[in-house]
Design a protein around this ligand. Sequence first.
Ligand SMILES: Cc1cc2nc3c(=O)[nH]c(=O)nc-3n(C[C@H](O)[C@H](O)[C@H](O)COP(=O)(O)OP(=O)(O)OC[C@H]3O[C@@H](n4cnc5c(N)ncnc54)[C@H](O)[C@@H]3O)c2cc1C
Length: 404
Amino acid sequence: MKYVVVGASAAGLSALQAIRELDPHGDVTVVDEETRPAYSRVLLTHYIAGTVEDRDLFLVEEEFYRKCGVRALLGVRATGLDPDGRQVDLTDGRVLRYDRLLVATGARAVVPGWSAPGAGGDRGGTGETGVTGLRTRDDAVRIRRAALAGHSVVIVGGGPVGVKLACALRELGVTPTLLVGSPRILSQVADREASLILERHLVRCGVRVRCGVEVSEVIRGPLGTEGVVLSDGSVLPGRLVVVCKGVEPRTELVRGHVAVRRGVLVSGGMQTSVPEIYAAGDVAECPDIWGEGTRVSAIWPHASRQGKVAGTNMAGGRDLFPGVLPRNAMDVLGTPFVSMGVLDAPAEGGWRSVSRRRGDSYLRLVIRGDSVVGAVLVGCVRMAGPIQAAIRRGGRGWEELVAP
Ligand SMILES: Cc1cc2nc3c(=O)[nH]c(=O)nc-3n(C[C@H](O)[C@H](O)[C@H](O)COP(=O)(O)OP(=O)(O)OC[C@H]3O[C@@H](n4cnc5c(N)ncnc54)[C@H](O)[C@@H]3O)c2cc1C
C-alpha cells in the first residue's frame, strides 16, 4: 500500500505513527514545505517570551522519519492533485502516486488587505521590522528579534493568538499595543464578563489595549514600517506589526476535487467525499460532539487525535473521532482562562446560564434543557476537566459541578 501524507505537523505526525503501527511495511511518504522537522506551534509564544529554547520547539529529530521507515520530503510543496490518477504533484517536479492520501495541511494566518504584500510593504521579509503574521517558527524568530532589539510592536487582533503574544511580549519586558476590532478582547472564545476581567488584568500588567478599532493602512517611511493608521484616523507608531486576525484552512490542494465548506468536509473517520482521500487537523471540518453541525476546530489536541484516526483508517483499522468540542485554554499573565462548547445562551428555546463570580474568579455554565453544553472559567479553572467530561457524557448532572 502506498501512503502519501501532506503536512508534517500535529495531524500528519500522529497519522504517520498510526499507519506504521498497523502497516509496518507500507510505502509511506510525507511532504512538508518547511525545511526542518515538525515543531510545536503551541510553544511559539513561549519561545518569544524566552521561556522555551529554540531547540525545545522541535517535536521530532531529523532521524525520526528514517527510524520509522518513512520517506520525508522536506522543503517541498504539494501543488497539484489528480484524484482519478491518484497522484500528487510537487514543486520539485516529482509526482507521487498513492493508494491513500492524507491532507494535513493545517491553516494559514489571515492576511487583511491592508497588510498584503505591496500594501503592507515588507511583509514576510526576514528583517526585524515590517508586517508579519504568527503561524510559523520563522514568524516567531522575527518577532523575538524585533522585541529584543527594542522595536515597538503593534499586535492586530484580540483573539487567542494575539492575547498569547501580548502576554509573551510582556514577559520579555516589552510593552505591546493590542488593537482589537471587536468591542472586547477574545470575543469569539469568551463571554463579556470573562473578556472584561481578562482585559483589565492585561492592562494592569502593562499591555496597552484598544478595542473597537481597525487598521486601515501601514505607514512606511525611510526606516521601513513606522506605524499604522487606524479606522478613527489616529496614528499609532510601531516598527513591527503582527497580524493575528485568525486563520483559514489550507484547502487549496483539494478544493475542486473533494467537498469543501470552510474546511475540507470529513466524516468521523476523517474520510473526505473521495474515499481514498482523508483530511485531519486545522484543514478539516468535521462533525461536532452533538452531531448538529460541522466545525473546523483549530486546536492541537484535536489535530493530533484526528491524525491518529485518519492514519488508523487509512491503514485498514477502525477508529472514530468523537466530534469537535470547541475549547480554548490559556494563561493570561498568571490568570488562567478556559472556555469550551457553546458560549451564548439564546433568550428562547430552553437555554439559560448559571454563573458565579468571586473577585476576578468567574465561572459560567451554559445550559440547554437539562444539559450543560458550554462553560467559561477565569481565575480558578479546577472544574474545567470535570465540566468537559460532563459535556462529553451528554451534559446531565451539572448541578454538582457548581455546588458551593
Ligand atoms: C502562535 C500559536 C499558538 C497556538 N496555541 C495553541 C494552544 O495553546 N493550544 C492549542 O491547542 N492550539 C494552539 N495553536 C493551534 C495549533 O498549533 C494548531 O491547531 C495545530 O498546529 C494544527 O496542526 P495541523 O497538523 O492541523 O496543522 P499545522 O500545524 O498548520 O501544520 C500543517 C503543515 O502542513 C504544511 N503544508 C501546508 N500545505 C502544504 C503543501 N501544499 N505542501 C507541503 N506542505 C504543506 C505546513 O508547512 C505545515 O507544516 C496555536 C497556534 C499558533 C500559531
